[in-house]
Design a binder for this molecule. Structure first.
Ligand code: SF4
Length: 158
C-alpha cells in the first residue's frame, strides 16, 4: 500500500478547500493501492483553513520542538501539525505501507522543499512535518514532482 497526500488524489483537503488532483497518480487509482491521507485534517484543522508555514526551520525542527507552524494571520498550529503527522504514521503502521507520495512544498507534506515561513512563496530545502516523521521511520518518500510513469509502475509492482 502507498500513502498519498489526499489532495493529490483529488480530495478537496487544501487550505482553500480545493485539491491538487494529479493526473498520473489518478491513472493508477483503480488498482486500490493508494491510501489518501491529509495530516492537517487528521490533526484537527478545518477546511478551508489559513495557509500555514514553518518558522525558522523545517518539519524536523518542528518535531524536535525547535520550530513552530504558524498561520498567515499569526495563529500557532504546531500541535495540530504534530498530531496529524503521528496519525499518518499510525495509518502507515496499520496498513504496512511501502512508500509515500506527498505534495511538494506543503508544510506538512513537502518532500524536498517547503515554503520558508515568510508567506512570500519563497522555498527552502527541507521536509514538512509529516514527511519528516515518515522519513525518520524509514518510509521511502516521493513528491508528485519526482514521479514518472515508470517510477509509479515500479512502486506499484505493475
Ligand atoms: Fe494536501 Fe498534505 Fe496539505 Fe493535506 S496537508 S492538503 S494532504 S498537502
Amino acid at each position: 500500500m502507498i500513502l498519498v497526500s489526499a489532495c493529490l488524489l483529488g480530495l478537496n483537503t487544501k487550505y482553500n478547500g480545493e485539491s491538487n488532483a494529479h493526473a498520473l497518480i489518478l491513472k493508477y487509482c483503480s488498482l486500490g493501492r493508494f491510501i489518501p491521507v491529509c495530516p492537517e485534517q487528521l490533526g484537527g484543522l478545518p477546511t478551508p483553513r489559513e495557509p500555514v508555514e514553518i518558522l525558522n526551520g523545517s518539519g524536523q525542527e518542528v518535531l524536535s520542538g525547535q520550530s513552530l507552524a504558524q498561520g498567515e494571520h499569526g495563529e500557532y498550529v504546531t500541535g495540530q501539525f504534530i498530531k496529524g503527522a503521528y496519525e499518518v504514521l499510525k495509518i502507515s503502521e496499520m496498513l504496512e505501507v511501502s512508500a509515500a507520495i506527498l505534495k511538494e512544498r506543503s508544510p506538512s507534506c513537502g518532500v524536498n522543499y517547503i515554503y520558508d515561513g515568510s508567506f512570500t512563496h519563497r522555498t527552502i530545502p527541507g521536509q514538512g512535518v509529516t514527511a519528516s516523521l515518515l522519513r525518520e521511520h524509514k518510509i521511502p518518500l516521493y513528491s508528485e514532482e519526482d514521479l514518472t510513469d515508470e517510477l509509479l509502475k515500479e512502486l506499484l509492482g505493475v
